[in-house]
Design a protein around this ligand. Sequence first.
Ligand SMILES: Nc1ncnc2c1ncn2[C@@H]1O[C@H](COP(=O)(O)OP(=O)(O)O)[C@@H](O)[C@H]1O
Ligand SMILES: [Mg+2]
Length: 287
Amino acid sequence: MKGLVTPVDLIELSRVDYVYPDGTRALTDIGLSVGAGERVAVLGPNGAGKSTLFQLFNGLLPPTRGTVAIKGRPIEKAYLKEVRRMIGMVFQDPDDQLFSATVRQEISYGLLNLGLSGERMEEVIAWALEVVGLSSFENKSPFHLSGGEKKRVALASVLAMKPQVLVLDEPTGALDPIGTAKIIALLNCINRELGITLVFATHDVDCVPLMADKVYVMDKGRIVVSGSTQEVFSRKDLIRAHNLRLPRVAHLAELMERDGGCRFPTTPLTIGQAKRMFLEQLAGSKK
Ligand SMILES: Nc1ncnc2c1ncn2[C@@H]1O[C@H](COP(=O)(O)OP(=O)(O)O)[C@@H](O)[C@H]1O
Ligand SMILES: [Mg+2]
């Protein structure tokens, strides 16, 4: 009865608390689910608990209460190795992730651990570097690269392990505008072309509509609102009450409705959406 089988979530958290050994309560009553192929943002101000949450996804931290299940099975010791293959973790600061003398060695490290060698390993290294657009960087030292390039090397080293989910802590953090645009395009391409599920943490509200289908907003260790990207950003007061803001174009649209007599069918969240809606307004006002 194939049609009746409900797909199991890749990541599912239920009633999860996490308290650090020093007594700091970082997460309270977290419920969250990530389905295959989704792009999920965890949005929250600094200190909200995003990085702590992400460390629970692959068993780096065990929940103090509640369950963290991957593909329907709670994480426990005997499952850890498999979980870490399925969930690829890209840290916020590439300097925490990179440690090898060359980009090539950096990517080969995990592959050697998987038992790959020779031609097969070379193929995977070449593939991962091509995906992130750093094919000519194989023999460079990761430490001499720009911030954006370092992030892409860290991403390549995780991608090489062929994970089903990429978990990225602040993927656009500390990048310049071009580096930010590049990483957003790259992650969307990885999701679309390779079918890899994306979960990312950010406090950058402008990047969320460009790379998320679903958003969980966190503050002080709790999820305060969740839903589709459009739903979440329509809760304007709630977003602001939790030390966040609307995407810039949504703010502009709000002011144009308040002071300019505009009426938009939904809040535009990206420049592309805003452009379309403003053109429609202009066309309407000329009639
Ligand atoms: N190793 C730790 N020991 C104790 N408290 C910590 C530790 N790491 C983070 N915290 C605390 O947990 C809370 C959530 O931090 P974090 O998960 O880093 O938030 P975010 O990534 O959203 O900025 C903060 O209050 C922070 O001070
Ligand atoms: Mg963090």
